[in-house]
Design a protein around this ligand. Structure first.
Ligand SMILES: NC(=O)c1ccc[n+]([C@@H]2O[C@H](COP(=O)([O-])OP(=O)(O)OC[C@H]3O[C@@H](n4cnc5c(N)ncnc54)[C@H](OP(=O)(O)O)[C@@H]3O)[C@@H](O)[C@H]2O)c1
Length: 278
């Protein structure tokens, strides 16, 4: 009994020390230059608003420049935020190179790169076309790779920087009718993990965001029940809170995280039996 309470007390002290260290080193966001891909919709759109409220300078990238221009005007009027909207298809290496160059010319640095652009698709492997399967991988995986390739030399020159890659809790298992999407997000998580390990001894951080279901245009078309669905603004606030704490893995909401962890440790044949019934 005495031993147990001793262990509990030690764990309590470690937890307290840990949280005080986290508070001490909480990342200050004011005046930071944040690059966000996929800022024209959903999570990226809401992240732009949350960062603007934190007095950040923003470089907003996506293909729909008209939406970015309107958002830039709104953020400037509301928060006096300096915003650079840039038309960029993340699957195109040249466009990414030009966009990053434009950000450096304008702001002279990049502090945080949020690699959020994404595409989903929900259909069986039998039905999915080569074009849409390839597009999902191009945007979700190669889009992140293209951005990392252009931004990493800048972070190295600066001697610091933070990559925030948006993966998904869908990376945990091969869910039916979303094989390509799940595979792309598993690739994203593993790629970011490798990058984090490669950059371990530097001042360049790599954070991975794994959301559950979020209410955005991406999930609007889903015709199935999405448990613990949360709105995009709440998701953006959770992500920014995690970035401030420099959490390596930012995953939410808690019940979906717990459920996906349970699915992960289920024996394969049991998971496959349950998943085949959905
Ligand atoms: N919603 C969810 O439940 C959920 C859950 C887990 C993870 N996620 C991930 O979170 C991220 C954001 O998703 P969301 O729900 O906010 O989706 P969304 O509302 O559909 O937004 C997707 C964004 O990606 C951009 N995009 C797509 N293709 C692009 C390309 N080729 N080049 C540049 N930008 C491109 C779109 O901008 P343009 O069309 O203007 O280019 C748009 O701004 C994605 O990576 C997604 O996989 C979402």
């Amino acid at each position: 009994m005495f031993k147990l309470s001793k262990i509990w007390f030690t764990l309590f002290i470690i937890k307290k020390l840990n949280s005080s260290v986290i508070i001490k080193f909480k990342l200050e966001l004011s005046n930071k230059v944040i690059l966000i891909t996929g800022a024209s919709s959903g999570i990226g759109f809401e992240l732009s608003k949350v960062f603007a409220a934190e007095s950040c300078k923003l470089a907003l990238l996506s293909r729909r420049i008209n939406i970015l221009n309107d958002l830039a005007e709104e953020l400037h009027n509301k928060f006096n935020c300096k915003v650079l909207p840039i038309k960029c298809d993340v699957t195109n290496e040249n466009e990414v190179r030009n966009a990053v160059e434009a950000v450096i010319n304008h702001f002279q640095k990049i502090d945080i790169a949020i690699l959020n652009s994404g595409k989903s698709g929900r259909t069986t492997t039998e039905i999915v076309s080569h074009e849409s399967a390839k597009e999902i991988f191009d945007v979700n995986v190669w889009g992140i790779f293209n951005c990392v390739k252009e931004i990493l030399p800048i972070f190295k020159l600066q001697g610091l920087g933070t990559f925030v890659g948006i993966s998904s809790l869908a990376e945990k298992r091969g869910f039916p009718k979303s094989g390509i999407y799940c595979a792309s997000k598993a690739a994203v998580s593993i790629f970011l993990e490798s990058l984090r390990v490669e950059l371990w001894k530097t001042n360049i951080n790599v954070l991975t965001v794994k959301p559950g279901f979020i209410k955005t245009p991406m999930t609007e078309k889903n015709n199935f029940k999405m448990p613990f669905l949360i709105d995009a603004n709440k998701a953006a606030r959770i992500i920014v809170k995690g970035i401030k704490k420099e959490k390596r893995i930012i995953q939410f909401p808690f019940p979906t995280v717990l459920f996906s962890k349970l699915l992960r440790i289920l024996p394969n044949n049991i998971f496959e039996y349950i998943a085949s019934k959905t």
